[in-house]
Every structure is written in structure tokens, then in C-alpha cells.
Write a protein that binds this ligand. Structure first.
Ligand code: SF4
Length: 715
């Protein structure tokens, strides 16, 4: 139903940032917004039920502070004074870097920007990173290496139906962003070919012309094998390679060492399917490769994505219309969240924090001396692993904003123990997440429909989420919280090591965005020409957009790539195994992922009845042959055991998965927490943990069916 009086805004969840309308009043309702071009009115169940999050019963409504072991309501003044005093005490005793900040890929651009500024200019700490490191960092690194620039998609979604061959690698948009599936279906309707690469026969794979089902962790070998066939069968675009790329000779040498029969042995993908996929892609006039977390969340994620980009470069399917490589970002602001300064090594505008010119530019916007800005800090898992430790490497106090690492971090029991070891844990969130339950102070913050701010969707389109309803009276915006804390912390410093000065922190989102525009000006992610008014008028603006006269940039690289010489660079990469391969003790692969009705750590969606009714708890997906071997029936409790711990959930038996692999969704805490088991082995470049593959064994349990049913248990 269309309701033109409702406020035009966007969904609180994934990177598609579907347009919707929200009616105001005591019980807001989500309405369709058919005029927004990305989703044209379509919403998945998460978006349709998003208004349930606004009910006071679902969310935090007052600040909480731990008192004799219990979290109790306190005033904002008491909570903020406690936080500021605690952060100051840690800074004075252990130095500025002992205060950590952990952000989120769901924060608006304004919040992500302000959080990075708060860490560097108010706290003077290098210890800041965010959960987006666990999401798209390998694709970001590979994009920068190949093209000199990282944007999720270098073209609008509307270009996808016009491509001749689309390869989706480790992506399951049928569950993660269903309204986008229409674009992929239209590839086939338009006469193109859809190829899906996934160890599971997902709902997305069921739509494909060809489904390649490799072993988890072998996508790199598969890409090398495809390049081998392209070269051997004369499907390389030599003219494009010569004119617009560098490094082909080394990539070719690596690919020639991965002949089809060898690749079949590594991946399990039959030679005939490998050849068929290569021929479809190589012979199509245009083509795209889109990856998601499958190839990216590996300890060789950067190399793996580089190998898939190589296919586009070798066949001339990059920097041309209806062709190219793209990454389907995950979190709501997975793109913008990585551009404006909450990453350990970045300043706003995608600038490097180690670049003297970048430091000078941003320092001038902030009104501080460049030498006052810290250098690069530790990345997300390294930061979490350092919590509560003594000595110069230890982070003793942590501010978490919009993230739930107790559920979403790898080796989660260890991360939970590190969080418990902190001198001070402060969590700003909408709900009492599992991480907030451990906090000393919990700050209730406004959420999507209660505040205004920009997000940058999977296409690089900057959209405006407009406030549609008032927050509960004792709830404040993150921008207000940061301003209040900065005022309390201002000018104290840490004995001269990191002098900090009083810096202005606005709490009006449009004012913060105006400052972000100045800070990003001249950077790769240049927002200088984007304004709230333009976004409203144009259904979003694509960055880079360096001036108000500039039309924005829906399509990148058509003239040249963003490297110093304008050429794209081939990755010279070879296959290597996952950090942990099955053995006699742990004979199976575990891979993890998402389900349609839940979102990321589930902190929000597990509070929405319609969504929890659809999928009430975790499960272990396994093949009927494996189930028969173990004597396991549908719904029987199973323990998934790795070197890091054990997760328990009911069996779900399906032929959609390989017999040597089991799958768990990662949205739940408690005994069914999949990330208790996952491996924190890091990619050396992106520092992405290896969520997608580790070695496990299954144990059939007796008498635990009731205990695990629904798995509503807390940590
Ligand atoms: Fe929201 Fe993503 Fe669903 Fe769209 S696809 S309604 S943005 S969760």
C-alpha cells in the first residue's frame, strides 16, 4: 500500500538499503516506496517487519550502569561522567592506545566519521577498528590492488541484467538481499548465463544455469583453473590486456600451473563443469564477477578475490559497459562505513592515515596539529585479542558502538573472555545485545527511523535515511553521546605522549555531514559535492562527487583505472590450503553463513517475533549420507566441535550440501553460537578472519534435544 504522507526512508538492515516509507504515530508502519530505483517497492521480511524494532519493549530506553554485578538504570549525567572518568583513568595510567574503540558497518556515514574523529582527536588513540573488517575487507584490499580504488560495485545494479555472463561467487542474495535477486534473474531472461559458485546448493544456486560446488576454501584454485582454460582455449582478450592492464605474464604462469585435472582434485569441481563455465564467461561479449563473503572470509581472501578479478581482466570484462568485478557488501553501511575513518589505517575520504598529505588535510578540518593524529592501529581481531592484557599491547577500556562481537567475532568464547577482562567496557547500542550484557555502562542510542543520516549502499550510492519517528525520551543519538564524551575528555591528554585539544564535535547530522564533505574532499571517496538536498532530489548520489556541479559517478573505470598508470593490475597468486584442513580428529569442513529471516549477529532480528517464528534458532546442515553414517535423524541434537570449542544445534538434513561439509548460520548466541567454533586465522593483507572454513567433527548427542531446541540460552 502506498502512503504518500509517510516519511521516505531506508531499511535498517543490509547494504541494498531498500527504500521504504514509514508512517509516523504511536505504531509506525512500513509502507512500500515503489519510486526508489534500487528495490522498486520490494522488501524482504526483515524490511517489512522493521517497525517492530521501534517498540519500547524491543529496545533500550535508559542508560544502564553496573552496580554490585547488575546493570541498573541511571541518569545520562551519571553514565557519561562514569565513562569519561573511566576512559581518562585508563589513558592516564596506561597511555592513550590502551583506550580502544570498536565501531560497526551499520553506523551511518556521519557516525562512522565522528567515531574515527573521536578516537583520534578526543582520545588520541590508534586503537580503533570495526566489525566491517569481518565483512568486506578482503574484497576491499583486492579492489585497491587491482583497480587502485575500492567501491563495492563499480556500476549500478540496473546494469546487471544487461551483462552476458554473470558469475556469483560465494554469494547467496536469495537469502541475504532478496529484492536484488530480480537483477540476477533478469540476466537469464535477457539471454545471458548465470553461474553460481557455492559449496551449498542455495536458493540462489537453484536459479543458476550452472552451479559449481567446490570444497570450502578452494575458490582460489577454481579461479586459477578457469583462467587456465581461458588461456589454453584462446579466450583471452589480448588487445585489452595489452592496452589496459599490467602483470599478465605472472598471472598466466600461476594459472598454467593449475590445469583442469589438478583443479578438479583440489576443488572437487569436475573438469567438464570447469570448462563449461570458462567457455560461457570467455565467449560472452560482456561479463561480471560478483563475490560476497564466500571467497572473502578466508585467510587467503585477498588473493582469492584477486584471482577472480583476473578473469575479468584477462577477458576484457572490466572498465567497460555492463562488465566488471564487484563485491556485494553486507552490512547496511558496509561501503560508507569503510570510507570515513573508523578503520584502523584510514582517515576520511578513504585516505591513508600514514600519508602525510592526508594527515595534514584532515588535521586542518579538525583543527588539530597533524602530528597529534595517531598512526595505524590494530585491526579488529587483533584489537579484540588484546583486550584486558597487561603491557603496552593491552587495551584496557573499550567503547563499542553498534557492534556485537560476542556473537559475530571468530573464536567467540575467547573474545568474550577478553571483553570480560577489561577494566571498562562501554557499549552504545539500540538493544541490550550480548556484548552490552557484559558492559559496565550501556548507552541507549537512537536507531534508523529515529534519526537522520546517510549511508552508502552496495552500488556506491549515498542515500539519506530520514527520521520518521521520535525516540523514547531517555534515548540519545550516538552523535550526541560522542559530543558529550568529547566535552568531558577535552584537553586532558595523557602526559604529553598524545596531546589532545578541545575539538568541536557537532551532534546535528547535517552539520557533521557538511564537515565530512570537507574532510573527504580530494580523497578517493570524495563526497564534497553531495548534500542532503541533492540526495533527496536525485534518489541518491554516487561517489566520487567532488563538486556540487558534478553529476556523481555511477560507473567507474570506463576511461581508466584508478592506479598511478591508469592500468588494472593482475594478481600473481597461487593456491594454498585453508589455515585448517580436515584430519583424522576433525574430518569435516564447517562453513557458516546467514538465513533469510535473520541479520548478522541477530541482535535486532532476534527481537522481531515474525522473524524468530520463521527461523527460531540455529541448526547444523548436513548431507543425508553423513547423517546416515552418524546415525543422526532430522532435528536430533548435534555438537559441532573444533579446536576452539563446541556449538550445539539440531540437525537439518539436506542434499543441498556436500557430504564432506556442514553448515551453520551464525546469528545466535548461547550453545548454538557458530562462532564459538570458527577460526581466527587472518588474511595477511586484509586481516580478515577465516569464518568460511575450518575443520570440525560432529558428535551426535543423546538427551539434549530439549536443551538446544530454539537455543534461546544466553551466553
Ligand atoms: Fe532491508 Fe536488505 Fe531486506 Fe532490502 S534486502 S528490505 S535492505 S534487509
Amino acid at each position: 500500500m502506498t502512503d504518500s504522507s509517510a516519511t521516505a526512508t531506508h531499511c535498517p538492515y543490509c547494504s541494498l538499503q531498500c527504500g521504504m516509507r514509514l508512517s509516523g504515530g504511536a505504531a509506525p508502519q512500513v509502507r512500500e516506496r515503489a519510486d526508489f530505483p534500487v528495490n522498486r517497492g520490494a522488501l524482504c521480511g526483515k524490511g517489512q517487519h522493521a517497525a517492530a524494532l521501534l517498540a519500547p519493549a524491543a529496545r533500550l530506553t535508559t542508560p544502564l550502569m553496573r552496580d554490585r554485578g547488575e546493570l541498573r538504570s541511571v541518569s545520562w549525567a551519571v553514565a557519561l561522567d562514569r565513562v569519561a572518568a573511566g576512559l581518562s583513568a585508563v589513558r592516564a595510567e596506561h597511555g592513550a592506545d590502551a583506550v580502544g574503540v570498536f565501531g560497526g558497518g551499520g553506523l551511518t556515514n556521519e557516525k562512522a566519521y565522528q567515531l574515527g574523529k573521536f578516537a583520534r582527536a578526543a582520545l588520541g588513540t590508534a586503537s580503533i577498528d570495526y566489525n566491517g573488517r569481518f565483512c568486506m575487507s578482503s574484497a576491499a584490499a583486492a579492489n585497491r590492488l587491482a583497480f587502485g580504488l575500492d567501491r563495492g560495485l563499480p556500476f549500478p545494479l540496473a546494469d546487471i541484467p544487461h551483462t552476458g555472463c554473470l558469475i556469483l561467487v560465494g554469494a547467496n542474495p536469495a537469502e541475504t538481499m532478496p529484492p536484488a535477486l530480480r537483477y540476477f534473474r533478469e540476466v537469464r531472461e535477457d539471454g545471458g548465463t548465470l553461474i553460481v559458485v557455492d559449496p551449498r546448493r542455495t536458493r540462489t544456486a537453484e536459479q543458476a544455469d550452472l552451479h559449481l560446488q567446490p570444497l570450502p576454501g578452494t575458490d582460489l584454485a577454481l579461479a586459477l583453473g578457469l583462467l587456465h582454460v581461458l588461456i589454453a582455449d584462446g579466450l583471452v582478450d589480448a588487445e585489452f590486456v595489452a592496452a589496459r592492464t599490467t602483470g599478465f605474464a605472472r598471472a598466466r604462469a600461476a594459472a598454467m600451473a593449475h590445469w583442469p585435472e589438478r583443479v578438479e582434485r583440489i576443488t572437487g569441481v569436475p573438469v567438464a563443469q570447469l570448462r563449461l563455465a570458462a567457455h560461457h564467461f570467455g565467449r560472452a561479449r560482456t561479463g561480471m564477477v560478483l563475490s560476497a563473503r564466500g571467497p572473502e572470509q578466508q585467510s587467503k581472501g585477498t588473493d582469492t578475490v584477486g584471482a577472480w578479478i583476473n578473469l575479468c581482466l584477462a577477458t576484457g570484462k572490466a572498465g567497460r559497459p555492463h562488465s566488471g568485478y564487484g563485491c556485494l557488501t553486507g552490512q547496511g553501511n558496509g561501503q560508507g562505513g569503510r570510507e570515513h575513518g573508523q578503520k584502523a589505517d584510514q582517515l576520511p575520504g578513504y585516505r591513508s592515515i600514514e600519508d602525510p598529505a592526508a594527515r595534514a588535510h584532515v588535521a586542518a578540518v579538525w583543527g588539530v596539529a597533524p602530528e597529534a593524529l595517531p598512526r595505524s592501529g590494530r585491526t579488529a581481531y587483533e584489537l579484540l585479542d588484546s583486550l584486558g592484557r597487561s603491557g603496552p599491547e593491552g587495551v584496557r577500556a573499550l567503547l563499542v558502538m553498534g557492534s556485537n562481537p560476542v556473537v559475530s567475532a571468530p573464536r567467540a568464547a575467547h573474545v568474550t573472555a577478553r571483553l570480560r577482562a577489561l577494566d571498562l567496557l562501554v557499549v552504545s547500542d539500540v538493544v541490550l545485545s550480548e556484548t552490552a550484557q557484559l558492559a559496565d555502562v550501556v548507552l541507549p542510542s537512537t536507531q534508523w527511523a529515529e534519526e537522520t543520516g546517510t549511508l552508502t549502499n552496495v552500488e556506491g550510492r549515498v542515500v539519506l535515511r530520514q527520521q520518521a519517528t521520535a525516540p523514547p525520551p531517555e534515548v540519545r543519538s550516538d552523535l550526541w553521546i560522542l559530543r558529550e564524551l568529547a566535552e568531558r575528555l577535552g584537553g586532558e591528554g595523557d602526559g604529553g605522549q598524545h596531546p589532545v585539544t578541545r575539538v568541536r564535535f557537532d551532534d546535528d547530522p547535517e552539520a557533521v555531514f557538511a564537515e565530512l564533505r570537507r574532510a573527504s574532499a580530494g580523497g578517493q571517496a570524495d563526497y564534497a559535492g553531495i548534500s542532503y538536498d541533492r540526495i533527496r532530489a536525485e534518489d541518491g548520489v554516487f561517489w566520487p562527487c567532488p563538486s556540487e556541479e558534478h553529476p556523481g559517478t555511477p560507473r567507474l573505470f570506463l576511461d581508466s583505472f584508478a592506479t598511478p598508470d591508469g592500468r588494472a593490475r593482475f594478481a600473481a597468486v597461487g593456491h594454498r590450503p585453508a589455515a585448517e584442513e580436515p584430519d583424522a580428529e576433525y574430518p569435516l569442513y564447517l562453513t557458516t553463513g546467514r538465513v533469510l529471516a535473520q541479520y548478522q549477529s541477530g541482535a535486532q532480528t532476534r527481537r522481531v517475533t515474525a522473524l524468530t517464528d520463521a527461523v527460531p534458532g540455529p541448526f547444523v546442515e548436513l548431507h543425508p549420507r553423513l547423517a546416515a553414517r552418524l546415525g543422526v535423524a532430522e532435528g536430533a541434537p548435534l555438537a559441532v566441535v573444533s579446536r576452539r570449542g563446541r556449538a550445539v544445534a539440531p540437525a537439518r538434513i539436506t542434499e543441498a550440501i556436500r557430504p564432506d561439509t556442514v553448515f551453520m548460520p551464525f546469528h545466535w548466541p548461547g550453545p548454538g553460537r557458530a562462532n564459538t567454533v570458527t577460526n581466527p586465522a587472518l588474511d595477511p593483507t586484509s586481516k580478515m578472519p577465516e569464518f568460511k572454513v575450518c575443520a570440525v567433527r560432529l558428535e551426535a548427542l543423546q538427551g539434549e534435544r530439549e536443551r538446544v531446541a530454539g537455543s534461546g540460552e544466553r551466553i
